[in-house]
Design a protein around this ligand. Structure first.
Ligand SMILES: NC(=O)c1ccc[n+]([C@@H]2O[C@H](COP(=O)([O-])OP(=O)(O)OC[C@H]3O[C@@H](n4cnc5c(N)ncnc54)[C@H](O)[C@@H]3O)[C@@H](O)[C@H]2O)c1
Length: 320
């Protein structure tokens, strides 16, 4: 049965699992005015949830949101939590056997037209939906920590997810204030965690080989590319590194994929198709803005970010 609930009319959201991510979702949905029903099997579940929600309050208020805009109900059982759900967000521990069993249980307890989303960091919905009677309404809705602040949600279905469900989940998350990437294809780790993992692995190699320390690696990112990534990501940043010629010149000039082996992660062969995908992708992202206009935009945002970080940092500068 394909989900019928109008994604823009959802009021009742259920969050299953109330650890770091589940409770972060609850804080987010409450600040966006939803009626949230939460459940966690741990005896400390409710206390942990309330502790995390309280800790999120100042940041949400700083963002101009009312942390108590919605209503929170802590349910006594999973079945009670799911009975009237119009959208379910599952955030249980990252174990495939647990996710398969839990999603099947949530599936039995939830009206069959309700979308069920998993916060999994990298499992495929195709694997997780295996035990469900209604797998067609299941998607991955992968957030970034903390979900009450970071906008990104990656949405992707499995082979049994019905057409249109990814779009409906995307519409729901967007209505709930998120920045969503609806993915056409399932890949383990989705997009952002694959990128993070590539950097993480290189960092591990560098530490193990004595090439850099933990502090140097974190400083290199926080004071360098990390600031630029927050503004326009990686590809468009390199588009600017190509000067007026943009990505096309960058690829010629820096021989980006086949140059010096600066990383252990081998690059794919730079085929004409890959080159064209990069150039076209950057042109699309630039949306008609020239390299000079984008450079001005980047610099303005960098100054704003650097000033904001300076104002927000502890006076002793202990955290980079
Ligand atoms: N921590 C992150 O940075 C992060 C980011 C994005 C996604 N995720 C994903 O979110 C999910 C939750 O991660 P987390 O970091 O919040 O973990 P966590 O350990 O902080 O919380 C997990 C919660 O699930 C509860 N739980 C245990 N068994 C359960 C069950 N059978 N049913 C329902 N709840 C159960 C636990 O009591 C706990 O409160 C994982 O799939 C993880 O991969 C984590």
């Amino acid at each position: 049965m394909t989900p019928q609930v109008d994604p823009n009319a959802v009021r009742n959201v259920t969050c299953i699992g109330c650890g770091v991510i589940g409770a972060g979702w609850v804080a987010h949905f409450l600040a966006r005015g939803f009626a949230v029903t939460a459940w966690d099997p741990s005896p400390e579940g409710e206390a942990t949830l309330r502790h995390i929600i309280t800790a999120a309050r100042p940041a949400l208020i700083d963002l101009g949101l009312d942390p108590e805009a919605g209503q929170l109900t802590y349910a006594p059982t999973l079945a009670a939590a799911c009975a009237a759900a119009e959208f379910v967000q599952e955030s249980a521990p990252e174990r495939l056997d647990l996710k398969i069993e839990l999603l099947a249980e949530i599936d039995r307890a939830t009206p069959p037209t309700t979308i069920i989303a998993s916060s999994t960091s990298g499992f495929l919905m195709n694997d997780m939906q295996a035990g469900a009677a209604h797998p067609e309404r299941m998607v991955v809705g992968h957030p970034f920590n903390p979900p009450y602040l970071l906008p990104l949600v990656e949405v992707v279905g499995g082979k049994k997810t019905a057409p249109g469900v990814v779009d409906r989940a995307t519409a729901f998350y967007e209505a709930a204030g998120k920045t969503v990437i609806p993915m056409a294809r399932e890949v383990p780790g989705f997009i952002a965690d694959r990128l993070q993992q590539a950097i993480w692995h290189e960092a591990l190699h560098m530490i193990e080989a004595g090439e850099a320390t933990v502090a140097e690696i974190d400083k290199a990112i926080a004071a360098g590319p990390g600031l630029r990534w927050a503004i326009m990501g990686h590809c468009l940043t390199f588009h600017l590194a190509g000067g007026e010629g943009g990505m096309a010149h960058f690829l010629e000039h820096f021989d980006a994929a086949t140059g010096a082996p600066w990383t252990r992660l081998a690059a794919p062969e730079m085929t004409p198709e890959l080159e064209q995908a990069l150039i076209t992708g950057c042109d699309d992202a630039a949306g008609g803005r020239s390299v000079a206009e984008l450079t001005e935009h980047r610099d303005r945002c960098l100054v704003a970010l650097m000033r904001a970080l300076e104002a927000a940092r502890a006076p002793d500068g202990a955290i980079p």
